[in-house]
Design a protein around this ligand. Structure first.
Ligand code: NDP
Ligand code: 2IT
Length: 444
């Protein structure tokens, strides 16, 4: 049996009930086959792949907090410190009822390669909790965040592990967590990114993931003699990534006709109104059912459906495995040109293969959504030098990073004989730097 197959089998056996983690490992290792086969003897002897798929350490902890009725609630917190070969652990904190260890491990594993692709010195990590911020008062969210950080603060620090936002963790949650960290540890340092602008946050971090997604998509289209100008776009999600992806797509001259949340989706033939979306989601924290009040010409539908709308470009920006084989078939039948992942692993493996086989340009999340964590690393730099850069400075660095990522994965795909396969390109390009650093640092 090949080394890759052996390690995949072992991961499945040793990590039962973690299907998302299996999926992420399979996708990466399958596309590394060509590199692993060429170095099989050395990699085997060093157990390189076994070390890569085992987190350096992981924490699971109790998070008790008191709700507004005086009732004690108990959630579970996680932080997985996956790989620190190229820098301190870096990755978001997800707050969503679906969170479990397997989900955090899949996200942490992806983060290793994503962070490597940014070209910045950040290792891979991820954390979160099964706490659901939806429907909670600000005080309840604060109580949860303080309890969560009371435990998490033992394991993180500006030079060891720097968490940030993800699903359910935005500016409000980061603020409460930062306050509690400072209170307990007594240090004002860049221990979290995505902070508010008045206490060490970076301009353009809020926009970075969505903007970065469009910068890399535009660069890919440019390499094919095309651009976003005049394209019709379907987006899923209505959170941080989706909102700023829609905004930048519109700035580049495209028309975005959909967005979605966990209960339904909107079709707006005149193009999504970003100001309305922000008011509904960021200010009122309400459902997309409200969108019709702002845009009477739009339609609201319950359930899933954005991938059935005819479009040139599809940008999944909500959550994992939200774009399956039937969705891929619908997109292809409607003539989609490109799919770029704003979310982490939103496309199933079967759907990815179907899109690629049908000539759709496919940009995987670990490259396409790397603008968020890249800008987090820029926030760390600003915190270290105790300065803040202008919006234009950060945005132009972000753009440069995304353009570079595209060419790195395009070149890696070509070098190994997989021209146009950006999944293989991204995994190999991300892997090469991490492996070089792991080899240099000995068996650790
Ligand atoms: P938000 O919490 O801001 O928004 C998430 C959006 O997706 C919401 O509209 C939410 O619906 C919807 N959603 C979440 N879970 C589900 C689900 N199970 N089924 C259907 N819809 C769902 O998160 P972000 O925008 O930050 O994150 C979106 C994706 O992007 C995630 O995969 C995240 O890991 C990834 N990502 C985020 C980065 C960042 O900087 N924030 C960086 C790189 C990747 P509702 O409004 O109903 O809650
Ligand atoms: O998935 C991701 O890259 C993020 N949620 C952002 C991580 C970060 O450290 O900014």
């Amino acid at each position: 049996m090949s080394y890759v197959d052996e390690v995949i089998e072992r991961v499945v056996r040793e990590n039962p009930n973690e299907p998302e983690f299996h999926q992420a490992v399979k996708e990466v290792l399958e596309s590394l086959r060509v590199v692993v086969d060429a170095n099989e003897e050395k990699f085997r002897k060093d157990a390189l792949l076994e070390r890569l798929v085992n987190p350096e350490r992981q924490f699971k902890f109790r998070v008790p907090w008191v709700d507004d009725k005086g009732q004690v609630q108990v959630n579970t917190g996680y932080r997985v410190q996956f790989n620190s070969a190229i820098g301190p652990y870096k990755g978001g904190l997800r707050l969503h009822p679906s969170v479990n260890l397997g989900i955090i491990k899949f996200l942490g594993f992806e983060q290793i390669f994503k962070n490597s692709l940014t070209g910045l010195p950040i290792g891979g990590g991820k954390g979160g909790s099964d706490f659901d911020p939806k429907g909670k008062s600000d005080r309840e969210v604060m109580a949860f965040c303080q309890s969560f950080m009371t435990e998490l603060c033992k394991y993180i620090g500006a030079d060891t592990d720097v968490p940030a936002g993800d699903i359910g963790t935005g500016a409000r949650e980061i603020g409460y967590m930062f306050g509690q960290y400072k209170r307990i540890r007594g240090v004002f340092e860049g221990v979290l990114t995505g902070k508010g602008l008045t206490y060490g946050g970076s301009l353009a971090r809020t926009e970075a993931t969505g903007y970065g997604l469009l910068y890399i998509t535009e660069e890919m289209l440019k390499s094919k003699g095309m651009s976003m100008e005049g394209k019709t776009v379907v987006v899923s999600g209505a959170g941080n990534v989706a909102t700023y992806a829609i905004q930048k797509a519109q700035q580049l001259g495209a028309k975005v006709v959909t967005c979605s949340d966990s209960t339904g989706w909107v079709y707006d033939p005149d193009g999504i109104d970003v100001a309305a979306l922000k008011e509904i989601k960021e200010v009122k924290r309400a459902r997309l059912t409200e969108y019709k009040n702002y845009r009477p010409n739009s339609e609201y539908h319950e359930g899933k459906g954005v991938w059935t709308v005819k479009a040139d470009i599809a940008l999944p920006c909500a959550t994992q495995n939200e774009l399956g084989i039937e969705d891929a078939k619908a997109l292809v039948a409607n003539g989609v040109i490109a799919v770029a992942e704003g979310a982490n692993m939103p496309t199933t493996m079967e759907a990815t293969e179907y899109l690629q086989k049908n000539g759709v340009f496919f940009l995987p999340g670990k490259a396409a959504n790397a603008g968020g964590v890249a800008t987090s690393a820029l926030e760390m730099s600003q915190n270290s030098e105790r300065l803040s850069w202008t919006f234009e400075e950060v945005d132009s660095k972000l753009k440069g990073i995304m353009v570079n990522i595209f060419h790195n994965l395009d070149d890696a795909a070509k070098k190994y004989g997989f021209e146009g396969n950006y999944v293989v390109g991204a995994n190999i390009a991300g892997f090469e730097k991490v492996v070089d650093a792991m080899n240099a640092q000995g068996i650790v």
